[in-house]
Design a binder for this molecule. Structure first.
Ligand code: NAD
Length: 267
């Protein structure tokens, strides 16, 4: 039998970490070899999957022992991991699901991609990645006379807003219309923002309860409206997608990859 793919999880103590460990535990072609998370006062912890967790700054051995690290943690944790010496990462691929990344994390990933393959996705569901493609096509046809509003709903513990997926949907609209997103982006409205300028892309983040993730893109025209939407009902959907990405990524050349490469959506 072929050897199991060795997977380490960053953010192993979190919701996505648990969902990943559960799927790995059910699949003999995968082995959880290590985990990274915040250390509790006075010692280590054992994660789901039975491995001892390490703090990100002490994770060199965890990275070396894995074929791939899957990160669903937080930007600072990812940045610490990605900034460990390059030789630590040689031979270990990185799949990133953490959202809300800033320029420091982006720079660290860019540098890391010189030595190892790195795949980042704000959303690992096949349905959302298809939605991105459909939204871009719709935006090419439905010009600035159609007002675009993106509404996303997530559970009350989500820390970043708008969601990474909402921003990618906005980028898909902007790309379809050949404008930079930053020039047309508006997050929420209150007070007297005035009448809506043509071409604006509005983002609205709803937070509450245990909602796994819902995204709706509205194209609001004069006599019609088009809505494209996706709802996830279980986070194992994202874990399954991240594992699919991990299998696909291991053994590829160093560089940056995305779900479009994996799903062949550019073809
Ligand atoms: P969570 O809060 O349940 O888990 C995050 C884990 O990371 C926690 O155990 C936390 O202790 C750990 N962590 C945070 N900061 C750390 C640090 N500095 N050092 C060490 N460990 C640290 O969150 P979650 O719901 O599992 O989501 C994690 C991330 O994944 C978020 O950014 C979320 O938006 C993203 N996410 C992405 C997708 C996708 O498909 N790409 C899907 C779901 C969630």
């Amino acid at each position: 039998m072929a050897e199991a793919l060795r997977v380490a999880i960053s953010g192993a103590g979190g919701r996505m970490g648990h969902a990943l460990a559960a799927l790995i535990g059910e699949d003999p072609s995968l082995a959880m070899t290590g985990g990274v998370d915040r250390m509790p006062e006075g010692g280590a912890w054992i994660a789901a999957g039975g491995v001892v967790l390490r703090a990100p700054q002490d994770a060199a051995a965890v990275i070396r022992d894995a074929d791939v690290v899957i990160d669903f943690s937080a930007p600072d944790c990812l940045c610490t991991l990605a900034s460990l010496p390059r030789e630590v990462w040689t031979g270990t691929a990185l799949v990133v699901g953490t959202t809300g990344l800033g320029p420091d994390e982006e720079r660290a990933l860019e540098a890391l991609a010189e030595v190892t393959p790195v795949l980042r996705a704000a959303n690992f569901s096949v349905g959302v990645n298809l939605l991105l493609d459909l939204v871009e096509r719709a935006a090419r046809v439905l010009d600035g006379r159609y007002d675009v509003e993106i509404v996303e709903t997530h559970h009350r513990r989500k820390e970043d807003a708008p969601s990474g997926t909402a921003l990618e949907l906005g980028s898909a609209v902007a790309h379809g219309r050949a404008v930079p997103l930053d020039a047309v982006r508006l997050d929420g409205r209150s007070g007297r923002p005035g009448t809506r300028p043509a071409g604006e892309i509005g983002f609205h983040a709803v937070r509450g309860g245990d909602v796994v993730g819902e995204h709706r893109v509205l194209f609001l025209g004069e006599r019609e409206r088009i809505e494209l939407a996706h709802a996830a009902s279980d986070r194992s959907l994202f874990a399954e997608g991240a594992l699919r990405a991990a299998r696909w990524l291991v053994g590829r050349a160093p560089g940056r990859y995305g779900m479009r490469d994996l799903l062949g959506l550019d073809g």
